[in-house]
Design a binder for this molecule. Sequence first.
Ligand SMILES: Nc1ncnc2c1ncn2[C@@H]1O[C@H](COP(=O)(O)OP(=O)(O)OP(=O)(O)O)[C@@H](O)[C@H]1O
Length: 343
Amino acid sequence: MIELKDITKTFRQKNKSISALSGVSLKVERGRIFGIIGPSGAGKSTLIRCVNLLEKPDTGEVIVDGQNLLTMSASQLADARRHIGMIFQHFNLLSSRTVHGNIAFPLELAGVSAADIDTRVNELLSLVGLEDKKNNYPASLSGGQKQRVAIARALATNPKVLLCDEATSALDPSTTNAILNLLKDINRKLQITILLITHEMEVVRTICDDVALISDGKIAEQLPVHAIFSNTDSVLAKSFIGNASVEIPQYYQDKLNNASQQSDEILVKVTFAGQPSNSQEFGSLSREYGVNVNIISGRLEHAGDVKYGALLITLKGSPDNRENALAYLQQDGITTELIGHVG
Ligand SMILES: Nc1ncnc2c1ncn2[C@@H]1O[C@H](COP(=O)(O)OP(=O)(O)OP(=O)(O)O)[C@@H](O)[C@H]1O
């Protein structure tokens, strides 16, 4: 649905030039939610703005729904852009227009009749759950409600593609989730292809089917989200797992300081880097290896049908049993790190 071929973009300022994109190619299949993630300054905004030519690439091809946007006349491009909706981090609503007026705006520009506009705006208000805010002005809405208006406006002309430029970065976590769910719903119901940029892995994990990592204006990695963890060399997997730090509670910190090396209980950090969600690691440890397992703290997340994250556990048993239990975990692809004796 979207294909970028060898895009380059350099910004020229007085006496210097900044290379924002150098040779970026990517393909977004129809109906997918595709995330582009990367650190600040990596080129994410420039890249997404190239898709609707808000930013014109210096070289390369931008193909949306089979049409090369860079070879179009101005009127063809205006028409093609009606099929590419966009939402922004700061919503970009018109403060002098009501919710209805904002959503109606692109329809007015497209020359739709007042009666048809009214019908369409009502449909969109119901889709985004804002029927009761029709006559409100943006200033009286919450951030999440403003983004819902922006989504409704972006969908007004029935686009095939929705571009999301850090659409949830200005929102709190629960509002972020609600907006991500709405985007996923829209993707499924309307079969709309979504390309989003974000600096948060959580956004990728929550709704994306595919992800590309951009770094220094180049695509460093690109893969389906469910495949991140089966690819042990994946930079993205490492950054997911890197976030899975666990804190040792003070109580166990004190135990670590005071315990003898002969104690039969050890504190272990267990890191999951893509294990199937249904594996039964801890059950087997007690049953088959004669050790007692106690989960102290940690965080496990799921991406597709795999889990990742880290747990802090204690294992209690004879030295041999503990060693066998750790070997069993490692054989399952789990990383274990002995922190010390406790107890
Ligand atoms: N209009 C511009 N003029 C000059 N330089 C620009 C312009 N827009 C972007 N840049 C530069 O291009 C590079 C990529 O910027 P871009 O905004 O695309 O990155 P980003 O990944 O979206 O960053 P952030 O997450 O901080 O928004 C940066 O070095 C930035 O300073």
